[in-house]
Structures are given as C-alpha cells and as structure tokens.
Design a protein around this ligand. Structure first.
Ligand code: ZN
Ligand code: ZN
Length: 156
C-alpha cells in the first residue's frame, strides 16, 4: 500500500510502499511512549526501506535509544523543527522501514483486532483499551508485522 506521511510542521514529507499497513500493533515500551505516544503507546507499520522518498530530509534528526545500558542500533527519525516522530529503521534489517501510523496522512485500514505489546512496561495511569478479540503480551507478540498481516490476509 502506498503511504504518504509528514511531520506536523510540514518541513518533512515522505512516501513509501508498506507491506504491513494495518495499524494493529500498540507498543507501550518507554521508548515508543515517550518519543511518539502521549496516550501511552506508538503504532509501528511495516514498509520497504528502498521505497522511501523524503522531501525536507535536511530537517530530520535521529535518536538511538539506550536499552539496559547498551546503545540500540535502531534509528528513530523525527523532525527537528516540530519534534514529530516519523519512522524507525535498523541497520541490522536494512530492507525494513517502520513508519509511525501517527505520521501517516493516507487513510489507513481499520484493524480487525489490536495487539498490545510490552504491557509490562505500561505505567498504571494508562488504561489500555483492550477489547474482545485483542491480544495482550507483556513483551513481544508471537507474530511479526509481516506474519500477522499474512495470517489476516492483509499484506499490502
Ligand atoms: Zn516538522
Ligand atoms: Zn516500543
């Protein structure tokens, strides 16, 4: 699925082709929550890294988190003017790009279920909206973005 996205101030716009365009996966880890999730979580999509086209790339900045004292190779790109979180990539999986659903302007499909991950890291003040048919995981879910989309016949 062809996706267009942008930061809030418009200094950065981008497009990419997503194989996993359904915003079903909510991550409550502190990195997602603090960099892209005031409501408690961020939603990652799956796209092909080589399809990414960026306008205003000079306005990008990058954040790599420290996890358990170790620097993470994952690169979180955001607009240095307005702070909008845009996407995550990782040199260990150079073919993958994970845009945040919050940065996407193209209407996204409505997910048939929500998978809540990293709930062990969720502070008590966040009332996770867990509905019938949802999945909950303290850590990582069983299925990758690609496998979940494949199982639901929703590969984009
Ligand atoms: Zn911006
Ligand atoms: Zn996370």
């Amino acid at each position: 699925m062809y996706l267009e996205g942008s930061c809030r101030c418009g200094a950065v716009t981008f497009n990419c082709d997503a194989y996993a365009p359904v915003p079903y996966l909510r991550c409550y880890c502190s990195i997602c929550r603090k960099t892209d999730g005031g409501g408690g979580y961020a939603i990652n999509l799956g796209a092909h890294a080589d399809s990414l086209e960026v306008r205003g790339a000079e306005n990008l900045s990058v954040y790599s988190a420290t996890i358990d004292g170790q620097p993470s190779p994952a690169e979180r790109r955001f607009c240095r003017r307005c702070g909008s979180a845009l996407w995550v990539s990782d040199p260990r999986w150079p073919e993958l790009l994970h845009p945040f659903a919050s940065a996407i302007d193209t209407p996204l499909p409505t997910p048939p279920q929500t998978v809540h991950m990293m709930l062990a890291d969720k502070p008590d003040w966040i009332c996770a909206d867990i509905r019938d048919g949802d999945e909950t995981h303290d850590g990582y879910p069983d299925l990758s973005l690609r496998d979940w989309h494949d199982e639901h016949d929703l590969l984009g």
